[in-house]
Design a protein around this ligand. Structure first.
Ligand SMILES: Nc1ncnc2c1ncn2[C@@H]1O[C@H](COP(=O)(O)OP(=O)(O)OP(=O)(O)O)[C@@H](O)[C@H]1O
Length: 328
C-alpha cells in the first residue's frame, strides 16, 4: 500500500486564554490528541463548528503552529522546526490558502509578480521560463492575460482568491491546506472556485486538506471527511459514507442540515444548545450536553475513537458495530 504523504500522531495544542491584563490564564485545548493521514493526491475534508480547532490543526500540519505533544511527518520524515532552513525548503511542497485573499496578497505588487514569488523564493525556474509559467498558472486558475499587471484591489474577491491559488500552485506543491478558501466569497462564485480547485488538484495529483464549516462545499470536494468537535476527531470516513450514513450524533446533526437538491428538509436533527466553549470542556463525551441520545456513561466517560466496520472511525459510546479501540 502507498505511504501517506502527511501523517499526524496525537497532535495537541493548548492555548492560554487570559481575560484582561491580569486575569488568570485558562488553558484551551484547541487541538487534543488528533491523529490523521493524507495519501498523495487525496483530499481530506475537515469539518466542525467554529472553535472546534480546524484552523489550528491546519497550521499544525504545516508546522506553522507548534505542537505541545504529538508529531507530524511529511513524506516519512519528521516536520522540521518552524522557521528553520529545512522548514522553509519544505514550504515549496506544502502551501496554505486561507479565507482572506486580500490579507494574503501584497497590495503594492502586481498579480503576476505575486504569482511568480514562490519561483523566486525557491529558485525554481530560470528567469526566461518564469514569465511563461506565471502566464500558464494564470490561465489554469481562470485569470486573464490582461489581469497580470493589475493590483489586488483592482480584482474581485473571487479573482483575488484565484491569484492566491495560482501562487500556491507555482512551486508544484504536493500538499495544499485550504482553510475556508471560499467562505468570504459570494455564494454565486463559491462553486466555481471549488470546482476549479478540485480540477487542478486532480490534474496535478496534489493532496489537499480542505477545512470548512460548510458541508455542502466539503461534499463536493473531499474524498474523506474528518469531523471535529472541541479539538478532537469524533468521526472519520470516506465522504460517501459520512454523507450517506453518519453514525456520530454530532455528524448526523451536521449532515441533516445540508440541503439536498429536490429533497425537502424533513427529518432534520437540529443541534440543541450552545456551541461549545473550549475553555470549559464538558465531562465525559464533550458532545453530551447537546446530544439527544446521551446516557449516563456519556456524562462520565470520554469515548475512545474506535474503528466501526472497515471504513470508519467514531468516538461515541452508542455507536454499534464497533471493533477494538484504536490505540491512543
Ligand atoms: N492564537 C490563539 N490564542 C488563543 N486561543 C486561540 C488562538 N487560536 C485559536 N484559539 C482558540 O482555539 C480554539 C480553536 O480555534 P480554531 O480557530 O482552530 O478553530 P476553528 O474550528 O478553525 O474555528 P473558526 O472556524 O472560527 O476559525 C478556539 O477556542 C480559539 O478561540
Amino acid at each position: 500500500m502507498a505511504a501517506p504523504l502527511i501523517k499526524a500522531d496525537g497532535l495537541t495544542r493548548v492555548y492560554q486564554l487570559r481575560r484582561g491584563l491580569f486575569g488568570k490564564a485558562t488553558p484551551v485545548r484547541a487541538v487534543d490528541g488528533v491523529s490523521l493521514e493524507v495519501m498523495p493526491g487525496e483530499t481530506l475534508g475537515i469539518v466542525g463548528e467554529s472553535g472546534s480547532g480546524k484552523s489550528t490543526l491546519g497550521r499544525m500540519l504545516l508546522g506553522i503552529d507548534p505542537a505541545q505533544s504529538g508529531t507530524v511527518t511529511f513524506e516519512g520524515k519528521p516536520m522540521p522546526e518552524f522557521g528553520t532552513a529545512e522548514w522553509r525548503a519544505l514550504r515549496a511542497k506544502m502551501q496554505l490558502v486561507y479565507q482572506d485573499p486580500l490579507a494574503a496578497l501584497d497590495r503594492r505588487l502586481t498579480i503576476a509578480a505575486q504569482i511568480g514569488e514562490p519561483l523566486d523564493i525557491h529558485d525554481l525556474l530560470p528567469r526566461e521560463a518564469r514569465a511563461a509559467r506565471v502566464e500558464a498558472l494564470m490561465m489554469d486558475v481562470g485569470l486573464r492575460h490582461d489581469q497580470a499587471d493589475r493590483y489586488p484591489h483592482e480584482l474581485s474577491g473571487g479573482q483575488r482568491q484565484r491569484a492566491v491559488i495560482a501562487r500556491a500552485l507555482a512551486s508544484r506543491p504536493k500538499l495544499i491546506v485550504c482553510d475556508e478558501p471560499v467562505s468570504a466569497l459570494d455564494v454565486s462564485i463559491q462553486a466555481q472556485v471549488v470546482n476549479m480547485l478540485r480540477d487542478l488538484q486532480e490534474a496535478n495529483g496534489i493532496a489537499m486538506v480542505f477545512i470548512s464549516h460548510d458541508l455542502k462545499v466539503v461534499r463536493n470536494i473531499a474524498d474523506r471527511v474528518a469531523v471535529m468537535y472541541l479539538g478532537r476527531i469524533v468521526e472519520e470516513a470516506s465522504s460517501d459514507v459520512i454523507f450517506a450514513s453518519p453514525k456520530h450524533p454530532y455528524t448526523q446533526a451536521l449532515v441533516s442540515s445540508v440541503p439536498v437538491p429536490g429533497k425537502p428538509l424533513t427529518g432534520r436533527t437540529i443541534l440543541q444548545g450552545e456551541p461549545p466553549n473550549p475553555a470549559n470542556r464538558p465531562s465525559g463525551c464533550a458532545f453530551h450536553p447537546r446530544c439527544p441520545l446521551a446516557t449516563d456513561i456519556c456524562r462520565t466517560t470520554v469515548p475512545a475513537l474506535r474503528t466501526i466496520g472497515v471504513q470508519r472511525t467514531a468516538a461515541c459510546h452508542l455507536v454499534e458495530g464497533a471493533d477494538a479501540p484504536i490505540a491512543a
